[in-house]
Design a protein around this ligand. Structure first.
Ligand SMILES: *[C@@H]1O[C@H](CO)[C@@H](O)[C@H](O)[C@H]1NC(C)=O
Ligand SMILES: *[C@@H]1O[C@H](CO)[C@@H](O)[C@H](O)[C@H]1NC(C)=O
Ligand SMILES: *[C@@H]1O[C@H](CO)[C@@H](O)[C@H](O)[C@H]1NC(C)=O
Ligand SMILES: *[C@@H]1O[C@H](CO)[C@@H](O)[C@H](O)[C@H]1NC(C)=O
Length: 380
């Protein structure tokens, strides 16, 4: 099934002449997008609860610390038999702190009236002046049709204290996803153990958001937002996901998904979908979450009736399958592009062209006088 999808994707790429990169390579590159300056956090191993994953800042973590304390006691063989006593002892009436810290406050502040948030996830390297976060913001601010207003609904999930501090200087809705025991600031290489932890952790966090009753649009920070993308997300879609390669039919499961731009409506079906997705981590051990998505999507759409919309790259585009129509493009993702330097180089050029486009008189825009500067390092 997966293989078949890839073959079809290959046909589309070579047939359409929109890409000179082999479909397999482009698929892998798309998946590798997040390897640069990757964020990392300890995520669910089979026995772990949400509390471990969700130990948050602004919260001395009453629940989390208590939980960790129990775990460390339990890990000690001598003390294991005392565990029931420890558990049974009444807690000294702690102030009932949420296991998610201030996550719910941040979500409530940022959400639209219909409980939708836009989310991105960053680490320290991306908050430096001139780095991806700056370009990301600039795209909103130079965008058209009021896309800048969407910043009010953006929650920036930060992965380390420096990123959190950096975020707070520039944005009102920052959230610190606390991590333990690992250097989550470092680059994680595609398909390394840490990389898989990171991607699955992100997936688990998204499930948490759904369980809290919020719809989200997750965007990688290397996605430029030029126009409001929500108008291209169908009311009938439970999940809307961007495409590395779009085949023409938004509801065909043969499209190539890219989780770097992903809308999910909070409902029982989608929460169940995430449960199965997470379980797939162990069922298809060692696989990347995007691969597991491909492996379970047919089954899940049949069994759960989850409607998955694949977004048309004319509007929700990326370097893998570049939209050349600046009058239509809403978002542009630096996918099929490895390395922070390469992304920055090409996205800066993209913004230069976009600035000229927006400054031009309407007839010039309509006449299609503006084109992306190609080839760049990745864009072509
Ligand atoms: C967190 O705990 C530390 C020491 O345990 C205490 O000094 C500090 O006031 C606490 N902060 C909050 C926000 O509760
Ligand atoms: C376990 O319980 C025994 C007896 O009830 C006690 O002597 C011992 O100190 C306890 N150990 C721990 C780690 O609490
Ligand atoms: C969703 O699940 C909850 C808990 O299992 C159930 O009470 C509720 O009726 C379900 N809602 C729908 C719309 O199926
Ligand atoms: C933008 O417009 C200016 C002025 O016309 C021009 O000099 C520059 O080369 C343009 N930049 C791009 C990237 O098209």
């Amino acid at each position: 099934m997966l293989g078949g999808g890839k073959m079809k994707g290959g046909d589309a790429v070579s047939g359409g002449g929109s890409s000179n990169i082999s479909p397999m390579v482009s698929f892998l590159l798309g998946a590798a997008v997040a390897t640069v300056c990757v964020l990392f956090f300890m995520s669910a191993s089979p026995g772990r609860s949400l509390v471990d994953v969700a130990a948050w800042s602004h919260n001395n973590g009453t629940a989390a610390q208590h939980h960790h304390h129990l775990r460390s006691v339990a890990d000690d063989a001598d003390a294991a038999r005392n565990l029931s006593v420890v558990v049974a002892a009444p807690a000294p009436a702690p102030v009932q702190a949420s296991p998610y810290g201030d996550l719910e406050e941040v979500l409530a502040r940022a959400a639209t009236a219909d409980r939708t948030v836009i989310m991105t996830q960053i680490n320290a390297a991306w908050t430096k002046p001139g780095s991806l976060l700056d370009l990301f913001f600039e795209s909103f601010r130079t965008g058209e049709g009021g896309v800048a207003r969407l910043l009010d609904h953006l929650v920036i999930v930060t992965m380390d204290p420096a990123a959190y501090a950096g975020c707070q200087l520039v944005h009102p809705h920052c959230y610190f996803l606390r991590t333990t025991g690992v250097d989550y600031r470092g680059e994680k290489f595609f398909m390394s153990k840490d990389y898989l932890e990171m991607m699955w952790g992100r997936n688990k966090f998204q499930q948490t958001i759904l369980q809290l009753g919020y719809n989200f649009l997750f965007t990688d920070v290397d996605v430029m937002w030029f126009r409001d993308p929500f108008k291209h997300i169908s009311m009938g879609a439970d999940i809307a996901i961007s495409s590395d390669v779009f085949m023409g039919d938004p509801y065909s499961l043969g499209n190539f998904p890219n989780g770097g731009f992903l809308f999910v409506r909070s409902c029982n079906k989608t929460i169940e979908f995430y449960r199965h997705w997470q379980a797939g981590r162990y069922r298809f051990f060692g696989k990347h979450e995007q691969d597991v998505f491909n492996l379970i999507k047919h089954d899940m759409t049949d069994r759960l009736g989850v409607a998955i919309q694949f977004l048309d790259t004319t509007y929700i585009s990326g370097f893998c399958q570049l939209s050349r129509d600046l009058n239509k493009i809403c978002t542009l993702h630096a996918n099929c592009c490895v390395g922070l330097g390469a992304k920055l180089h090409d996205l800066r050029n993209v913004l230069d062209v976009w600035r000229n486009y927006t400054a031009a008189p309407v007839p010039d825009k309509r006449a299609g006088k503006f084109q992306w500067k190609v080839p760049g390092i990745c864009i072509h």
